[in-house]
Design a protein around this ligand. Structure first.
Ligand SMILES: Nc1nc2c(c(=O)[nH]1)N[C@H]1C(S)=C(S)[C@@H](COP(=O)(O)O)O[C@H]1N2
Ligand SMILES: [Mo]
Length: 407
């Protein structure tokens, strides 16, 4: 990339709105203020006929985990999840102009540009291609944007909730591009959504072709509207914004699509005043989800639990510190450990009632180790918004309350 990075007005607006979003985190509201009606519970459920089967299931009305919404995104309640899969109904959302209502029978995908045969595909045609399923995380590059300067969010949901993992099903982009006859000089791709934002992103083709999926299903059923129904692009390990939802157009070209008419793109402002662009890979990161901010613990046995992930491949190790980074010990990784997907870790701990600072630090198969906040800031400075993968610290006070802190 020889193009000199410049910050467009639009980039600033995006940055400003995300910063606003971070600042507004304290005011986040539960999405549906639907405190379910207190269910009538029989004294002895074995003496009363139960409910009949239902056409489409619902969780127990006693369960309360919910997304928290800002103006244009909502956060996954990481502290309430088990295992590695995020229920679709709790997958984080980020949309630039709302969730469109799309009739799959009328939806089309146009592929044009540097191809032998420009083609328009229906959903049925895309589903006829050989299908692939894989688990993968999607993380917004703005995840933890509010944590650069000071501890911003109170809970793991507020500090790290712009990430979720699902099983995605679709057709490999490479297979569809073979069908249209990709020309040899095609090196970049423009992907465009059918939402009111008509969001577009410029994507380098060679690395994307290895794993990119045109997805129509999530966790065993059709995509949720929030996740791009009926069709989205998934590039495992890359920042969420390239995973264009409500995908309607792919244009192949010989250079990045960079003009304002074509696309906008995200940049990271560095300490020396230059900006990084096309920082597509999400680096390794982890967070302790329990005990985490807003929770309360009691002395005695506490299982420390959390999630780790890396956009470069598999997580190979997670270490946990209970003394603010003085000493580290290996956590257990729950199998399966999958590339570019949530990895669940656990660490048995006995809390003695004294102040403690809990941290997790992960490493991936490339040897990369998640940086401390100081180490990350030393390289990146404090001017950028995106790609904050610093170690998260939770302070346990003597009364057992857990808080977000910077150490
Ligand atoms: N068409 C379209 N695609 C989009 C967006 C959008 O606003 N419009 N937002 C992007 C961003 S910034 C992110 S982080 C992911 C979020 O995906 P999710 O809402 O399924 O979690 O979608 C990306 N794809
Ligand atoms: Mo994003």
């Amino acid at each position: 990339m020889s193009q000199k990075p410049t910050l467009s007005r639009r980039t600033f607006l995006t940055a400003a709105s995300l910063a606003g979003l971070a600042a507004a985190q304290a005011m986040l509201q539960p999405l549906q203020a639907q405190t379910p009606d207190a269910p009538t519970v029989p004294e002895d459920p074995t003496k009363v006929p139960g409910a009949p089967p239902s056409a489409y299931g619902q969780r127990s009305s006693f369960e309360q985990a919910q997304r928290l919404a800002g103006s244009s995104s909502s956060l996954t309640p990481l502290q309430d999840l088990h295992g590695i899969v995020t229920p679709a109904s709790l997958h984080f959302e980020r949309h630039h102009n709302g969730v469109p209502l799309i009739d799959p029978a009328r939806h089309r995908l146009l592929i044009h540009g540097l191809v032998e045969r420009p083609m328009i595909f229906t959903m049925d045609e895309l589903k006829r291609f050989p299908a692939v399923s894989r688990l993968a995380f999607i993380e917004c590059s703005g995840n933890s944007a509010g944590e650069w300067h000071e501890p911003g969010g109170q809970t793991a949901q507020q500090t790290q909730g712009l990430i979720s993992s699902s099983e995605w099903t679709g057709v490999l982009l490479a297979i569809v591009l073979r069908e249209v006859g990709m020309k040899p000089d095609a090196t970049w791709m423009l992907a465009e959504g059918a939402d009111a934002a008509a969001m577009t992103r410029s994507i380098p083709l060679a690395p994307a072709l290895e794993e990119a999926l045109l997805c129509y299903a999530q966790n065993g059923e059709a995509l949720r509207p929030e996740q791009g129904y009926p069709l989205r692009l998934l590039i495992p390990g890359w920042e969420g914004n390239v995973c264009i939802k409500w995908l309607r157009r792919l244009k192949l070209g010989a250079a990045p699509f960079m003009t304002r008419e074509e696309t906008s793109h995200y940049t990271d402002l560095m300490p020396n005043g230059t900006a990084r662009q096309f920082t597509l890979v999400m680096e390794a990161k982890s967070v302790i989800t329990s005990p985490s901010g807003g929770q309360q613990i009691r002395p005695g046995f506490v299982e420390i639990r959390g999630l780790a992930w890396s956009g470069r491949g598999r997580v190979t190790q997670v270490e946990v510190s209970t003394d603010g980074g003085e000493t580290w010990r290996k956590a257990q990784l729950q199998k399966p450990v999958l590339a570019k997907c949530h990895t669940r870790f656990r660490f048995p701990w006995r809390w003695n009632g004294q102040e403690a600072i809990l941290q997790s630090r992960c490493a991936d198969e490339t040897g990369y180790v998640q940086p401390s906040r100081q180490a990350l800031v030393a390289v990146r400075g404090l001017h950028s918004i995106y790609h904050n993968n610093a170690i998260q610290s939770w302070k346990v006070s003597r009364d057992g309350a857990v808080h977000n802190v910077h150490v």
